[in-house]
Write a protein of this length. Sequence first.
Length: 377
Amino acid sequence: MYADFQFEIYLNGLNDVLPSLPADLTRLEALAREKLPPEAYDYIAGSAGTGDTAVANREAFRRRRIVPRMLRGVTGGDLSTRVLGAELPAPLLLGPVGVLRIAHPEGELAVARAARSLGLPMVLSTAASHSMEEVAEVAGPRWYQLYWPGDRDLAVSFLERAAAAGYTALVVTLDTFTLAWRPGDLDNAYLPFLRGVGIQNYLADPVFTAEAGEDPIAHWAGVFGNPGLTWDDLAFLREHWDGPIALKGIQQSDDARRAVDAGMDGIVVSNHGGRQVDGAVASLDALPIVAHAVGDQIEVLFDSGVRTGADVVKALALGAKAVLLGRPYVYGLALDGEEGVRHVLRCLLAELELTLRLSGHDGVAALSSESLFEQPT
Ligand SMILES: Cc1cc2nc3c(=O)[nH]c(=O)nc-3n(C[C@H](O)[C@H](O)[C@H](O)COP(=O)(O)O)c2cc1C
Ligand SMILES: CCCCC(=O)C(=O)O
């Protein structure tokens, strides 16, 4: 179905079908760099420390190779799947990315519209630059990402607002109770941008209170810097959220098992796109180990480093049920708003479907570790 898009392009030319953006999504970053204010580009593209883990994320994909099989009577490439109780047309979600107004004035609204047009869920960040209610008005399937504030009343308020606005699943991000050492942003002294676009959701929250005269950024850091959380605290979330819950930032098998024990519904194997612990294991290397440890007891999602349809094939073959996309759709947003995001998603889905079929898989369910070859390092 998505691959029809390929013929549409051959027949009519890419520019007649979509905005004049390249079909090679890896070229979008350089184009976005020309368009974005330098500090915004540095923040979006940047990662922690030396960027070692961000590079490792990509290398882990390159090390794994798809092994095409022939004459398997492949008729269709069924991408549909079921994730955390929701039927998805493809194993792809728009991952939570905060403060999208730094990329485009329509920010999260443009992303929500593009995701909706393809029936893909958008995971809305706690640090969104439009309120969750505004986004809900234009969004299709939607999940809510929680940065877990220390103030329990504020946490409950976020959860109640999200449920009331129709967000069906909760993604709790565990790896970012404080921002990591990010030299690019430090050199640019970029954090104050949050004053402008980042914290509307908190300031508008009925439970949010700041001391008069206190800097909102310092206040935000105090509220969301919540490093004392432990596995026992998850019971609190269960109590206040009726839908499925997934923990984002899991990289290790014991942690994954603890998520099962805590009654969670899913985990997202993620290293935050290499933006948190520099030197951390590549997320794709962690994936098969974690997936093997939990089997079918919990749903395993994946992110960090997905750039192409072939990458999605690899992550699914290593045990992910679906993947979350980060930076690529933000580059699409920067370049052409809603249309740009749709371009990224359509290209990725078309390539995914073609790669799947050409390598002899009659749908995502046919993928397994046998679909891949791992090159020795
Ligand atoms: C600019 C930017 C902002 C992000 N903001 C959030 C956020 O608010 N919440 C969150 O859970 N993850 C956030 N992430 C991490 C993404 O959800 C995701 O884990 C990461 O981007 C995946 O890696 P990729 O960019 O290589 O695809 C952010 C990532 C970027 C690039
Ligand atoms: C500003 C809120 C945190 C966004 C984030 O998660 C990131 O920059 O990686």
